[in-house]
Design a binder for this molecule. Structure first.
Ligand SMILES: Cc1cc2nc3c(=O)[nH]c(=O)nc-3n(C[C@H](O)[C@H](O)[C@H](O)COP(=O)(O)OP(=O)(O)OC[C@H]3O[C@@H](n4cnc5c(N)ncnc54)[C@H](O)[C@@H]3O)c2cc1C
Length: 416
């Protein structure tokens, strides 16, 4: 008889596990608590801007191999678009200075040796000083490993690590920062090409996965929140969704739990999970980008950190955004728009806008919280964990999510 795997949670982690197991011939059932799939990576129609927007602008890099393989497996790799080579235009809106970091497309970070391609006013020695970060211990902070000041820090290291870790870099985990640097900057431009889901996160990374799953006979149940596990000895025996909604787990069946840390801790008391989180703020403006607007612009010297140009929309990401969570929305929109005008070189009144504040966007990527991430194996032989917060060796990212989903799926496959 075909074995069944229940996937709890339909974010990227759960969907990647589901796709892998469905492709391997398992009968897959996905259970999602909310009415929408995608979790923290989804699109929806927004009435204020009259546009379909993403909950947050998500940037992938060409070195995110698991994420790209996931997109390939659901037939949408071509939906992740970006420039042909790894070029990152930047602007300092405090001074008006503009420059372009050009990492090229090689497998080695040769750009460091070319003054016209690296960050202006930096020298090779500044880059060599980052070496202690590359293989740093997970117990150290970025501030312990490298000097967090100077031109290279302000113009490249700070924006990159802030985006990757979602904490102020000096307090961030040097181990996680090192993993990001090893897999991207150190691998040359071929691993750093920026990629975005131009047509929206859901249409590129979520809906095609659901369609593929359904075409293979999998079931995706939305509004189906797992309330409790039933177990006997070392095995889960049932899933309780409601008093009259209990699913028995057969002797050969397995469960992948891909829910966020708080839900995981309440379903499985006693597991360790990160306990602290950080916000990400996104602002979306209905405004036709100037013709010469790059798809992604790094912004320093203001509130805005990254400016994304989409059809009919300019969109902004601000990481480590807890300080902005309680700010009045109108004030925040006006302040961000003022930065956007400087960065994009436009003069215009505030257009229709939307602010999305994801309070628990990511776990806090500090050494202390990183140490609380569990592996995929649990006390139950037929239950495995997935999620960007599990111990993937990476910060909370799509790449980490897909890796965790793949890893949990591989453990299910190994039960055969
Ligand atoms: C604003 C923002 C910007 C980001 N930017 C980037 C970026 O630029 N690049 C990048 O790589 N990453 C980015 N990320 C991180 C990325 O979105 C996450 O790492 C990823 O989406 C996490 O996926 P997940 O499946 O692990 O968790 P989630 O997406 O949280 O999925 C968990 C799912 O479980 C469901 N669930 C919870 N409890 C239950 C239950 N009891 N029963 C059933 N279902 C349940 C939830 O409803 C949810 O759908 C960003 C995140 C945010 C919020």
């Amino acid at each position: 008889m075909q074995k069944t795997v229940h996937i709890i949670g339909a974010g990227i982690s759960g969907l990647s596990a589901a796709v892998r197991l469905s492709n391997a011939g398992y009968r897959v059932q996905v259970h999602e608590a909310t009415q929408a799939v995608g979790g923290r990576c989804r699109s929806y129609f927004d009435a204020a801007t009259n546009l379909t927007i993403d909950n947050g602008n998500h940037l992938l890099l060409s070195g995110n191999h698991h994420a790209l393989a996931y997109a390939r497996s659901i037939g949408t790799e071509a939906g992740l678009v970006g420039p042909k080579t790894a070029q990152f235009p930047f602007v300092d809106i405090a001074t008006g200075q503009r420059w372009q970091l050009d990492l090229g497309s090689t497998r080695l970070p040769l750009w460091v040796f070319d003054e016209s391609r690296r960050v202006p006013d930096t020298g090779v020695r500044d880059y060599l000083a980052l070496a202690p970060l590359v293989w740093s211990s997970t117990r150290r902070t970025v501030g312990d490993a490298i000097r967090c000041d100077g031109t290279l820090y302000q113009r490249l290291v700070q924006p990159l690590l802030l985006a990757a870790l979602n904490v102020d870099p000096p307090e961030g985990s040097a181990g996680l920062a090192g993993a990001v640097v090893r897999e991207t900057l150190l691998m040359g431009g071929q691993a750093c090409r920026p990629l975005i889901a131009r047509d929206g996160l859901s249409s590129v990374l979520i809906e095609p996965a659901v369609a593929l799953l359904k075409s293979k006979g999998a079931e995706v149940h939305i509004g189906h929140e797992l309330r409790e596990f039933a177990s006997k000895g070392e095995r889960l025996t049932g899933l309780t969704f409601g008093p009259d909604d209990i699913i028995a787990i057969g002797a050969d069946d397995a469960v992948v739990m891909a829910v966020p840390p708080r839900a995981a801790a309440s379903l499985l008391p006693g597991i360790k999970t990160p306990t602290k989180f950080r916000a990400i703020v996104n602002a979306h403006f209905r405004f036709d980008p100037p013709l010469n607007a790059p798809p992604i612009l790094g912004v320093i010297g203001g509130l805005v950190e990254w400016l994304f140009a989409f059809p009919q929309r300019l969109s902004v990401t601000i990481s480590n955004g807890d300080r902005l969570v309680d700010m009045p929305r109108e004030q925040l929109a006006a302040e961000i728009w003022s930065d956007v005008c400087k960065a994009a070189g436009v003069t215009a009144d505030l257009p229709p806008w939307q602010i999305v504040r994801e309070r628990r966007a990511t776990f806090e990527a500090t050494p202390e919280q990183n140490a609380l991430r569990p592996g995929p194996v649990t006390a139950f032989k037929n239950l495995f964990l997935a999620g960007d917060w599990t111990d993937t060796g990476l910060p909370a990212t799509i790449e980490g999510s897909v890796r965790s989903g793949d890893r949990a799926a591989d453990l299910v496959l190994a039960l055969r």
